[in-house]
Design a protein around this ligand. Structure first.
Ligand code: NZQ
Ligand code: ZN
Length: 381
């Protein structure tokens, strides 16, 4: 194991009725001006907005709405939120949504405390914000695990880059599986595939033999696959949704990553594909994973074989990769670029740009060349 410092920054309230039971107490230690942040309106339709707002007002909070946070949140949206937070002297940000709303709020929280351009500060000067407004998260769509970590993925439309930024983790996260009841089936499955991807990407980084992270990652993969299969049979199975909600947080709360390096090359490809196409994150990963793994399966044969056996009941490393591809198909997830919802036509020229601009992971099973990345992307056409 490599050296590490680990701390859980986020208090979790899990279970049906968690907001009613715990939200008032969770926000009681913060000032009265609360920014209530959400996406394109699902929380208004399903009643979560009304329930949360009422709890906040009954707790004596003055609520300011920050809404229309889009999937794959943009840096421009972050600036809008930060300006609003400054203007309204916001004391606390409550993000109510999926990974997009939570990520946007994490960076709003930091940008509200500085006049410096956070993107330049982080990406060019490699300095990270030391101060941020406190924030909490109520998860309404699971998969990213954004509610329990200090990273955020933001799209800079001007620069055509979608990248991870450092921020403060939410002080608390409310995880009520019932709050996900209205999430459409395809989003539930896409989110769950993102969780599976996080566990696989962590597992395929370099690690000491027999380390516990690999064991936990495999357990999360197995549990995610089992519960995705349950949802394929009955999408309203709330027990399966609850299991996946916690798998999601577990895969990205940092516990799997201590003392080791991670891979996350598929994520780097997907993020840059997202910068050009605005595709759904979990669906982009579903398209990319099998092609990427066919390229690196020989470089981590032992690990691939173990995954094949333990997660998919397949015998060999290669059979495991094909079992993953079959599982993606059986879930109804996209398997080709052309099946992704995209703002532009996905052409070889677009994929060349993605290959030329995505992050290349220097460790993982093997460092890829930009030409090989282009080949992988083209194999997904
Ligand atoms: O905007 P609304 O109307 O709320 O609709 C959303 C959105 O269309 C809908 N939704 C959410 N809760 C719902 C609901 N619809 C009905 N009922 C509900 N209860 O779901 C759609 C997708 O939401 P979004 O937040 O975009 O999805 P997801 O949670 O998959 O987040 C994706 C973003 O997270 C980033 C991704 O790159 C992407 O930008 N990631 C963040 C990570 C992190 N911070 O740790 C790690 C991940 O690898 C990922 O990169
Ligand atoms: Zn992800």
């Amino acid at each position: 194991m490599q050296k590490f410092v680990y701390e859980y920054a986020t208090k979790v309230y899990f279970g049906e009725g968690a907001a009613k039971e715990h939200l008032a107490a969770a926000v009681s230690g913060y000032g009265e001006r609360v920014m209530l942040a959400y996406g394109g309106g699902s929380v208004k339709k399903n009643g979560i907005y009304d329930e949360v707002k009422q709890i906040l007002e009954a707790a004596g909070k003055k609520v300011t709405d920050f809404n229309e946070i889009m999937s794959n949140p943009t840096y421009a949206k972050v600036q809008e939120g930060a300006n609003l937070a400054k203007k309204e002297n916001i004391d606390f940000i409550l993000a109510v949504g999926g990974g997009s709303v939570i990520d946007c709020c994490k960076i709003v929280a930091a940008q509200a405390k500085t006049d410096k351009d956070l993107w330049e500060m982080e990406m060019t000067d490699h300095q990270f914000p030391s101060d941020a407004l406190p924030m909490g998260a109520i998860v309404t769509a699971f998969g990213t695990g954004a509610e329990m970590n200090g990273g955020a993925v933001i799209t800079n439309e001007e620069k055509v880059i979608k990248a991870g930024m450092a921020a403060a983790a939410p002080r608390f996260a409310i995880l009520d599986p019932a709050y996900t009841a209205s999430v459409p089936k395809m989003q539930v499955i896409s989110g769950a595939f993102d969780t599976l991807s996080h566990a696989m990407e962590t597992y395929f980084g370099n690690s000491d033999q027999d380390n516990v992270s690999d064991e936990v990652a495999l357990a999360i993969m197995k549990n995610t696959v089992v519960n995705m299969k349950r949802l394929m049979g009955n999408v309203d199975d709330m027990q399966a949704r609850g299991n996946l909600m916690w798998d999601s947080a577990m895969a990205e709360n940092g516990i799997l990553k201590v003392g080791r390096v991670t891979d996350f090359q598929a994520h780097q490809l997907e993020h840059q594909l997202g910068a050009y196409t605005d595709c759904n994150h979990g669906q982009g990963l579903a398209v990319l994973h099998p092609a990427y793994y066919r390229h690196i399966v020989k470089d981590a044969e032992e690990k691939f074989t173990r995954l094949a056996k333990e997660v998919f009941g397949a015998e060999t490393a290669k059979a495991g990769v094909e079992a993953l591809a079959d599982f993606i198909k059986a879930c109804g997830l996209p398997t080709k670029m052309g099946e992704l919802k995209s703002k532009v036509e996905i052409t070889p020229e677009v994929l060349r740009k993605v290959a030329n601009t995505c992050n290349v992971i220097k460790c993982g099973p093997r460092e890829l060349s930009r030409d090989e990345i282009y080949d992988i992307l083209m194999e997904c056409m």
